[in-house]
Design a protein around this ligand. Sequence first.
Ligand SMILES: [Ca+2]
Ligand SMILES: [Ca+2]
Length: 446
Amino acid sequence: MSIVRNANKSKWTWVLTGTLVSVCLAGGASYRQYRARVARASGPGVSCENGIGAAQTEERSRLQGASEGVPLGPKTAWIPSISDSKPPGPAPEGMTWIPGGQFWMGTAEERMADARPWHRVYVDGYWMDKTEVTNEQFARFVKATGYVTVAERKPRAEDYPNAPPEKLVAGSVVFSPPDHPVELDNQFRWWNYISGANWRHPEGPASNISNRMNHPVVHIAYEDALAYSKWAGKRLPTEAEFEFASRGGLDRKRYAWGDEFMPAGMHMANTFQGHFPDINTAEDGYLATAPVGSFPANAYGLFDMAGNVWEWTSDWYRADYYATLAATGEVAINPKGPADSLDPNEPTVRKRVQRGGSFLCTDQYCERYIAGGRGKGELDTGTNHLGFRCVRDPAPKPEKSTVARQARLERRSTVDMAGRHWNSAEETLTINCLSSSFEPQEPLLN
Ligand SMILES: [Ca+2]
Ligand SMILES: [Ca+2]
């Protein structure tokens, strides 16, 4: 009996092993095909373009192959660090303190040439909105000011001299997925300019936001975001501030939360699942925007820094900006972007940087929800996956500390009874205060 039993056991072991090997081989082949398709679809010239006039004028770059993971940047003794700056007071409503510090900015993704190379950046501390600006918040601004967004205004013929008059209607760009698979080489296969689409009507005149007041406001052009931020006593983040905050204190991780896209099988951001752009399975729970804060916050308490909607930053977009910074060999201190814009795909169109990706980003297309990914967009163009959030500088340090220092210096000069020393001390202190963004030093008092 035992021989028969062992023989049966052996047979089933072989059957089981054979089945497993077959499944693995089939899975491996399928995965290779999938990665090849991703590589074909993910060229830098076809991704994350939010401009109305973003005709694809450049041949898609050839790819060496999809990158597997993000290797660390250059080996160096330079250590990223978070400043120990404490919140300079109670947090403004809805904001959290980002302490600032020095960090590696960028990515090693071969497909994202404009986000390379890794380079060293320092930013001062600042307050940042925990969430994207919501419809409710934007409605409050509009009610208080009567502001009319760009998408709600009739375009002027002089601004669009080549447009036929019948096309000069107020509206915005809306994701309009085809009902069948399409090549991913032309975004106009899934974007349409819809008359009457704006922040109040995200998908067009028949839609509204009555059940979406806690969703991010969308169809926001750059000047709309600026107008809101000024009204709120805030400003838009620089690109460096956005990335520092997004990384949540982590060093060169692929995502805002670490290196794994779905740790423990959990969706960490509102992105796109299924087959882009025709089948959205919404496995993360959301076909389009999600209420802000629906996914876990990063280590700084910030929500949706990846995914949900793209967010404006104040930097001009240049594809070569990171290379320019890296070539200096210096740490970029509070960089505010290049002096002007240059997108090689559309050299005549000025664009600002957008960050974070959206509910339409997927590893089949775009994938700019990774922590270093960059987007770009024309200033007058909102879409139904583009919003923003604000930052605020800390209030200037109280004058009393400067007064106290000056008083100490004066006391010292009195003790020394030397007018020459008194003048020298005062002058040194003044220079230190003006020339450094750090806490002024007091060399003469030590
Ligand atoms: Ca989703
Ligand atoms: Ca976002």
